[in-house]
Design a protein around this ligand. Structure first.
Ligand code: B12
Length: 221
């Protein structure tokens, strides 16, 4: 953006998306700062701008127009944008509950998980992030350590790792914890059918829907 020229919301979203797609750190910083300056809702800027760019990266990767190095560079640019926008997310007053979140074992994809965490936190949820490649016992141990967890949330991006979600459900059953928590799952290969099959309580296709589902699971609208 040059000088004090005003930019439309759509133009800023486009710049954010382009910046992520091109792996352009300077542009992402510039566009994210412009979003804040123009009073644009940070949630919208993340979803319509940064995440839209990452989705396009995903499409290019699948068409083999992009390869892993480009994807990694875009993921880094995405993080730079988040760093600027995250402090500006509006926070609800009362916390609807505590969410324990992780990407399941043998899966290192965490961009989607991190967006879900940001959105849940912005809605007042207290979120404990177990990170990525998380074994079932780490979910179990953390619940025992923390005492009260309302929702166990899991992310998986690969058909080869998504069964790890069922292992977590089974581990929770074995430890007598299954009925004390709600279980929410998500990630590109996950569907409502799969959610029902493994006996989880809720599924969402994106982060915004994820907040709605989480609120429903804890009985808050
Ligand atoms: C970025 C990326 C990577 C990055 C990850 C960087 C990072 N820090 O996350 C890197 C380069 C490291 C990577 C590595 C690999 N990847 Co990769 N990767 C992708 C890619 C291109 C984009 C994923 C992404 O970030 N999308 C953007 C985010 C915003 O979307 P999202 O993750 O879907 O999340 C949204 C929703 O799904 C939902 N959501 C997500 N989680 C949750 C959880 C809950 C509870 C809820 C409610 C919602 C929710 O909300 C999010 C936001 O709206 C996808 C392709 C694709 N189209 O998905 C392949 C993809 C997932 N990768 C794939 C593969 C195969 C690999 C590798 C094995 C590659 C290799 N040969 O080495 C390794 C895996 C290593 C491992 N053990 O995990 C395959 C998986 C295929 C399969 N079997 O299903 C895909 C589908 C590409 C493909 N078509 O081949 N990858």
């Amino acid at each position: 953006m040059k000088g004090d020229m005003k930019m439309s919301k759509e133009a800023i979203f486009k710049q954010l998306s382009h910046a992520v797609f091109d792996g352009d750190d300077d542009l992402v910083v510039e566009a994210a700062e412009a979003a804040i300056k123009e009073g644009i809702d940070a949630t919208e800027a993340i979803i319509e701008g940064l995440a839209a760019g990452m989705t396009k990266v995903g499409e290019y990767y699948e068409k083999q127009k992009y390869f892993l190095p480009e994807v990694i560079i875009s993921a880094e640019t995405f993080k730079q944008g988040i760093k600027i926008l995250e402090p500006h997310l509006s926070k609800d007053i009362a916390s609807p509950g505590t969410v324990l979140m992780g990407t399941v074992i043998s899966d290192v994809h965490d961009i989607g998980k991190n967006i879900v965490i940001i959105m849940l936190s912005a809605s007042g949820f207290k979120v404990i992030d177990l990170g990525k490649d998380v074994p079932p016992e780490a979910f179990v141990n953390k619940i025992k350590e923390v005492g009260k967890v309302d929702i166990v949330a899991m992310s998986a991006l690969m058909t080869t790792s998504m069964m790890g979600m069922q292992d977590v459900v089974e581990a929770l059953k074995k430890e007598g914890l299954r009925d004390k928590v709600k279980i929410m799952v998500g990630g590109a290969p996950v569907s409502q059918r799969f959610t029902d099959d493994i006996g989880a309580d809720g599924y969402a296709g994106d982060a915004v829907e994820g907040v709605r589902v989480a609120k429903r699971l804890v009985g808050v609208q």
